[in-house]
Design a protein around this ligand. Structure first.
Ligand code: ZN
Length: 297
């Protein structure tokens, strides 16, 4: 009996050793369009797939200019993950220019899109990940895409997605509790571009943004004057900087209105590894903490 068990162990060890290096080469390559999506994908993929991002930390995916190296990475990918909802205006051309055979998955599929006014036109708000409930939809789409691309590792992707979704449940409760601690009359802030509509709808903080839903337009003098009047009239307590936008506009608004600068929010990109928001979980916690501490006093 013991002999048989030993022989089996040896056989398993031999098979593992033989399969090890080959298996590492077999890892599928997943390319996500931006850093937040890549982090969600890494949590679902674990060690079973290589995940990278085209638009890295602290960078603006609205106004990204892809490079030939990006096309090469898409050509070598098995799976490409995009946000959709018009976030990455450059991705379709890049995918077709790359000639990639990769499956392209829109991670926001199934989210209820918010409509918003942008330059007088109605369009979908792409920043759906700013609600944790939506991030859970992203995670289930990412899991399904990974399973389609790499069915052998199905059990790994399913287990990782379930474990990470449980962490998102905890995060969601924390964000709700942080906002609940702020008196309702003070739940109003200014951000540079309109990236927090889903957060506002899910958790109940009003965000007002001079730059609109994308970072690509300039703010007109008229829009700026209107915002300044609004801050004064509504006694909005704080303006926030964002990691992907120019801080000068918010600093000027703060000077002209007396609103305080409440810190930096992470809207469309993670921070670098040594910053306060290197993962999606850190990003949402950081934003909730900044809002709470700026609006409480
Ligand atoms: Zn944005």
């Amino acid at each position: 009996m013991l002999g048989k068990a030993l022989r089996l162990l040896c056989a398993v060890a031999w098979m593992t050793a033989a399969a090890g290096p080959t298996h590492a080469h077999d890892k599928i390559r997943v390319v996500a369009s931006f850093s937040i999506l890549a982090d969600l994908a890494r949590n679902v993929a674990g060690d079973a797939a290589d995940v990278s991002a085209l638009v890295g930390p602290d960078s603006d995916a609205h106004a990204y200019a892809p490079s030939p190296a990006d096309a090469k990475r898409l050509a070598e990918a098995t799976l490409v993950l995009v946000n959709g909802l018009g976030f990455e205006g450059w991705i379709e051309r890049l995918v077709s220019a790359s000639g990639t055979k990769a499956m392209v998955t829109v991670a926001s599929t199934g989210v209820t899109p918010r409509q918003m006014q942008d330059d007088g036109r109605s369009r979908a708000d792409p920043h759906a990940w700013q609600s944790v409930a939506n991030a859970k939809i992203y995670v289930s789409n990412i899991r399904d895409a990974l399973v389609r691309a790499d069915p052998e590792a199905k059990a790994i992707y399913a287990a990782n997605a379930a474990a990470y979704t449980a962490r998102l449940d905890v995060l969601e409760a924390e964000v709700k509790a942080a906002v609940a601690a702020i008196p309702p009359a003070r739940r109003s802030i200014i951000t540079t571009h309109d990236a927090f509509g889903y957060f506002a709808a899910a958790y109940g903080i009003a965000f007002i943004a001079p730059q609109g839903v994308s970072t690509e337009q300039e703010v007109s003098a008229r829009a700026l004057a209107q915002i300044i009047r609004q801050i004064k009239a509504e006694k909005i307590p704080a303006v926030f900087l964002e990691n992907i936008t120019d801080p000068r506009l918010m600093k000027r608004i703060a000077e002209e209105t007396g609103a305080k600068i409440g810190g930096k929010l992470y809207s469309d990109a993670l921070s670098a590894a040594n910053g306060p928001a290197p993962t999606y979980l850190d990003l949402m916690r950081h934003n909730a903490r900044e809002l709470r501490s700026a609006l409480l006093d």
